[in-house]
Design a protein around this ligand. Structure first.
Ligand SMILES: Nc1ncnc2c1ncn2[C@@H]1O[C@H](COP(=O)(O)OP(=O)(O)OP(=O)(O)O)[C@@H](O)[C@H]1O
Length: 242
């Protein structure tokens, strides 16, 4: 059997007394796109942070292509192929759109000169931002800032792309554009973990859906079956946190 690209094993993340994640198990084969849904505060962003190294695991482990990265830094994991977009876009506002992507290529992929510029330009092209490359990042509207989050993650050359609510706040037409972009990334072989409240966008892309609630994965499987499950109805409509 081939080694999964991502293996999360018995992962717990606690912030003091707050047990945000508890015993999370997730295995993602290379090339798969997995959606993550769950109520507000369920721990979805924290899971991406524990995978990307922004937050440390309290217990359990994270493996990338069989390599235990639980104790490695976010910068090291980025160089090992983990790219991450943040829920709240935070570009370097004074830099241009191109320079923002270049930071990803230089810091994340450790490229220099021509190869770094080429990778940054490719990331902007994929994210649909090439025509705005010379604009200050701070001048971009919401869709542009979301696209730049994606471009910055892509510029690091990820094998595993972690997306955190990139469709929220967009018009339907804009969300459709993003769906097309993420689908093309999936088709190019990138493995994707995508947290999204805009379920309509998510189900067009993902092969599999997990529902996280009360710090644990409650259901994991075919997207339509997961959405129709009693567990999902219970966690969204309220119920006991058993
Ligand atoms: N660094 C931190 N220190 C303390 N508490 C934190 C930290 N990060 C997250 N939390 C808390 O952990 C819980 C889960 O947050 P998280 O952002 O992971 O949820 P989420 O499922 O992504 O929610 P949403 O859908 O609203 O974005 C929340 O109660 C949050 O306040």
């Amino acid at each position: 059997m081939t080694t999964p690209l991502l293996e999360v094993d018995h992962l717990a993340v606690h912030f003091g007394e707050l047990r945000v994640l508890e015993d999370v198990e997730l295995s993602v084969p290379r090339g798969q796109a997995v959606g993550i849904v769950g109520p507000n505060g369920a721990g979805k962003s924290t899971l991406l942070s524990a995978i990307s190294g922004v937050e440390r695991a309290t217990a359990g482990s994270v493996r990338l292509a069989g390599r235990d990265v639980t104790r490695t830094s976010a910068a090291q994991r980025c160089r090992l192929g983990v790219g991450r977009s943040f829920q709240i876009p935070r570009p370097f506002g004074d830099l241009t759109v191109f320079e923002n992507a270049l930071v990803g290529a230089e810091r994340g992929a450790r490229l220099r000169g021509g190869p770094a510029r080429e990778q940054a330009l490719r990331a902007l092209e994929t994210a649909g931002l090439l025509h705005l490359a010379n604009k200050p990042a701070g001048s971009l509207p919401l869709l542009g800032r979301k696209r730049l989050e994606l471009a910055r993650a892509l510029a690091t050359g990820p094998d595993l792309l972690l997306l955190d609510e990139i469709a929220g706040g967009l018009t339907e037409a804009e969300a459709e554009e993003l769906v097309a972009t993420v689908l093309s990334l999936k088709e190019s072989g990138v493995t994707i973990l995508w947290i999204e409240h805009v379920v309509k966008a998510l189900v067009q892309v993902v092969d599999r859906l997990v529902c996280l609630a009360y710090g644990r994965i409650r259901v994991d499987g075919d997207p339509h079956e997961v959405l129709a499950s009693d567990e999902v109805a219970e966690v969204y409509l309220g119920g006991t946190a058993a």
